[in-house]
Design a protein around this ligand. Structure first.
Ligand code: B12
Length: 210
């Protein structure tokens, strides 16, 4: 079943992918299994794009399929989460960048692991992040970016938090394919995570006071 789901997403069969995921969930599959299929599928699509076998339309269609599948599993994750959240997290893709597949996976995994997540979407300005941190008072701000221009958007966001006197109130983590610890230093964030599980580990460590 999992392989069929990977196959459906990578061959642009959006309706088939959504139906398969719904069927798998109905038959008791773990949300995690479906998520793994999504990751695997996006790796395959990414490789084909880089080999110029696929072009932008394929990326868009497979991205849409992934988002619809993720929307199916989000309620499952919420049901799994009980009681008080471990911490409150605001997440978004930074200004100038509209890549959101990786961010959706991170948001999903954090929700599944009992964090309360507010997702601001894509192309989020530094000002909007500052406003949300001031209003919603999250414990953690998670910044996602897939373009190299995101480095500067992230840096501006962290600087704007400082200018608003909010930098000490929130821990900042960054992630996305071109990010690393060097970028973390450049932008002034507190942590960098290479994947969604790393985001969960970092958030857990911080929520335990580490
Ligand atoms: C899909 C895709 C698109 C889709 C995006 C659809 C969507 N809804 O997101 C579309 C077609 C729209 C697109 C558009 C563009 N794209 Co594009 N895209 C990609 C592609 C193929 C895959 C990215 C992806 O979604 N990967 C899947 C996820 C799951 O990846 P992942 O890294 O495993 O995700 C994990 C981590 O990153 C981490 N993570 C993510 N966020 C966070 C946050 C935190 C806090 C933490 C801890 C972790 C974390 O956790 C994730 C889950 O485990 C990449 C190439 C590639 N192979 O990466 C190019 C790529 C990112 N795109 C690129 C470019 C250039 C563009 C365009 C400018 C193209 C154009 N000429 O218009 C536009 C940008 C528009 C804009 N302003 O943003 C370049 C970027 C180059 C650069 N250095 O800046 C890349 C690298 C392609 C390339 N080789 O040239 N793109």
């Amino acid at each position: 079943m999992k392989d069929l789901l990977v196959q459906a997403i990578t061959s642009m069969q959006e309706e088939e992918a959504v139906a398969l995921a719904a069927h798998m969930l109905g038959a008791g599959a773990q949300a995690q299994t479906i998520l793994e299929a999504c990751r695997e599928a996006m790796c395959i699509v990414g490789d084909r794009y880089e080999r110029r076998e696929y072009f932008l339309p394929e990326l868009v269609v497979s991205g849409e399929a992934l988002k619809r599948v993720a929307a199916l599993i989000r309620p499952e994750a919420r049901q799994a989460a009980t009681g008080e959240p471990l911490a409150r997290i605001v997440i978004g893709t930074v200004a100038g960048d509209i890549h959101d597949i990786g961010k959706e996976i991170v948001a999903f995994m954090l929700t599944a692991n009992e964090f309360e997540v507010r997702d601001l979407g894509v192309d989020v300005s530094a000002g909007r992040f500052v406003h949300e941190v001031g209003e919603a008072r999250p414990d953690i701000l998670a910044l996602s970016g897939f373009l190299t221009l995101a480095y500067d958007s992230m840096k501006q966001t962290v600087a704007a938090l400082g200018a608003a006197g909010l930098r000490d109130r929130v821990k900042v983590m960054i992630g996305g394919a071109p990010m690393d610890d060097g970028v973390r230093d450049y932008v002034g964030a507190d942590a960098y995570g290479p994947d969604a599980m790393a985001a969960v580990r970092i958030a857990r460590r911080w929520s335990e006071g580490g």
